[in-house]
Design a protein around this ligand. Structure first.
Ligand code: SF4
Length: 332
């Protein structure tokens, strides 16, 4: 809860298979996409035994994606089908960003656990579904600015940022900072604009600083899809992107041209961050990562304060040099 993995199988109740007896799940997609990553969930009509596309559907209940489900259910102590459907759907209908909402609720719940004498948001605790629903409604109505300000400002108000799961004011997606020293350099969403969030698992559990310096400096190329407007989930190879751009627009673009455009966009974005006032201290992971209290993480524990300080020096130096080499600056 609040990014502390409990190390048990309680969340198995939230796996797809656990819903299918009671609900019909349809894989839905954006226009022409064969991946169909959205899971729309419907009540199961009486007597309907088919699954997926073949099943008749009852009332629409909610649209599940990874983050809305993870951050608005298990992350805040909710392990119940009906409650998970209701809270995800309520957040959608009220136009919340599910990541920001779930992370901010998680912070408030942990704060209340830690500070029984200084409760906030009506003493909201992990698993308190009805209270969370009421707060979500009140916040949407403009009556609860304490929750509405998001995790960073709430944590600053309370005087403890160490367990606020955010970077530079933007809440983390549902990937642990304990495994991702690249989070601070994401320009936008931590899992969408810096491709370091699964490397520890996918790339051989490497923990040396040379590896992570390169990983962060190369992680920015993940923003290619943001620049051209394709979905990252498809993992389109660079060659296909270049060929498509050339075919569609009559260009003679090379992969290097494309990477240069991505790099220059990132470097400008980074300068913009500095210009609008992000401080050196904000390029960091939450203090709790350094306390290494999350014993249920089975990945190597390697993010120390010294490691991050050294990584920051190297990464910032790398980008300073590139910025100068490419002659990039922002208007005063
Ligand atoms: S994979 Fe991307 S394009 Fe396809 S349905 Fe999901 S979000 Fe839409």
């Amino acid at each position: 809860m609040n990014f502390v993995t409990p190390g048990n199988d309680e969340a198995a109740i939230l796996y797809r298979g656990a819903y299918e007896d009671t609900y019909v799940i349809k894989d839905e997609s954006c226009f022409k996409c064969g991946i169909a990553c959205h899971k729309n969930i419907y009540d199961r009509p009486e007597g309907e035994t088919a699954e997926g596309r073949r099943a008749k559907k009852g009332n629409f209940r909610a649209k599940f994606d990874y983050e809305p489900l993870a951050l608005l259910s298990s992350n805040i102590g909710i392990y119940d089908h009906e409650q998970s459907l209701d809270i995800v759907e309520l957040a959608d209908r009220l136009c919340y960003d599910a990541i920001s909402l779930g992370v901010t609720l998680g912070y408030a719940m942990e704060w209340n656990e830690r500070h029984p004498d200084k409760q906030i948001l009506g003493g909201l605790r992990f698993g308190e579904f009805e209270k969370a629903m009421a707060l979500i409604r009140e916040t949407a109505a403009g009556n609860c600015p304490q929750l509405g300000q998001g995790s960073m400002r709430l944590a600053m108000e309370m005087g403890d940022l160490s367990f606020a799961m955010q970077g530079k004011g933007l809440e983390y997606p549902a990937y642990l900072p304990d495994t991702n020293p690249g989070y601070p350099w994401a320009l936008g969403g931590g899992h969408m604009t810096m491709r370091t969030f699964l490397l520890l698992i996918l790339d051989g559990q490497k923990t040396d600083i040379d590896y992570w310096e390169k990983a962060v400096l190369n992680g920015i190329y993940y923003t290619r899809d943001d620049l051209i407007g394709t979905c990252k989930f498809a993992g389109v190879p660079d060659g296909n992107v270049v060929d498509s751009m050339n075919d569609m627009y009559g260009l003679s673009l090379t992969a290097e041209d494309m990477n240069t455009a991505i790099r220059r966009s990132y470097l400008r974005g980074r300068l913009l961050e500095k210009k609008v006032g992000y401080t050196n201290e904000e390029y960091d992971v939450p203090g709790r990562v350094y306390e290494r209290t999350n014993e249920n993480i089975k990945m190597p524990s390697f993010i120390t304060r010294e490691f991050m300080d050294e990584l920051k020096v190297r990464v910032e130096k790398g980008w300073d040099e590139l910025t100068e080499k490419e002659g990039i600056s922002l208007p005063a």
